[in-house]
Design a protein around this ligand. Sequence first.
Ligand SMILES: NC(=O)c1ccc[n+]([C@@H]2O[C@H](COP(=O)([O-])OP(=O)(O)OC[C@H]3O[C@@H](n4cnc5c(N)ncnc54)[C@H](OP(=O)(O)O)[C@@H]3O)[C@@H](O)[C@H]2O)c1
Length: 260
Amino acid sequence: MSAGGGFRPADGIVWITGASSGIGRALALHLARRDFSVAASARDAKALADLAAEAAGAGGRILPLPLDVADRAGVAQAVARLERESGAIVTAILNAGTHRPVEAGRFAAEVFDQVFRVNLFGVVNCIAAVLPGMLSRRRGTLALVSSVAAYGGLPTAAAYGASKAAVSHLAASLKLDLDALGVRVVLISPGFVDTPLTRRNRFPMPFLISAERAAECIRRGLEGRAFEIAFPRRFALLLKALNLLPYGWYFAAVHRFTGR
Ligand SMILES: NC(=O)c1ccc[n+]([C@@H]2O[C@H](COP(=O)([O-])OP(=O)(O)OC[C@H]3O[C@@H](n4cnc5c(N)ncnc54)[C@H](OP(=O)(O)O)[C@@H]3O)[C@@H](O)[C@H]2O)c1
């Protein structure tokens, strides 16, 4: 495998964070059923053990790796232990994330602390743990899960959208730096996916897809060579196009679509 692409079970371990529910869980099962060895991380150790049991009998396997992505030292220790005992992580899919709506009329800085601790610094902590090994092998893939919400401002998304914009920027910057060092960087930008995270939403979610469909889109994208895996394609393209408009038109369109 090179920085240009490739995604095969024989390459080595795929590490997925946020694997106890939603997209991460569906992706872990999807890959284990296609013969991949998957290290599955989240805080909920019981959910990870259940996930591993569900994958028993699949062509691949799921190795539970419980951790809190906000705990930098804990992440480093867990990754070192996994690589010592089970082999190198060749693909890290950094998917753990959280959402807290911001009601701007009751602005609270703590919401930003909580969201950024997981969505941005959780990703940074995981990269810090896994990248040195990839660099020494001149081989590996970092896949950062952002969101189409990163493309532009959306109502109540001041914390979530800003954290995901930071993740997208982080991915694009690292890609430019790591291409020449044998490490591929991939940006994953999902639209609405039916998971525990979005089941709390009180607004209509256009182009909503299942977590299983999202898992398939991610696997296909990793098999290809593109930098960004954005899905559903039409929704992602629509939002990208909206963000090319002058701000006045963009805000009018968002007001119209969201009713806010
Ligand atoms: N669903 C969507 O429509 C959508 C759209 C765009 C982007 N995304 C992104 O996709 C990713 C997955 O979202 P999802 O919808 O599948 O949400 P989800 O079902 O709520 O899953 C979130 C996962 O992150 C883990 N997690 C949260 N905080 C953590 C922490 N501190 N340390 C370790 N793991 C942590 C959770 O496990 P524990 O609670 O057990 O730790 C869980 O496994 C997120 O980054 C989200 O922002 C989702």
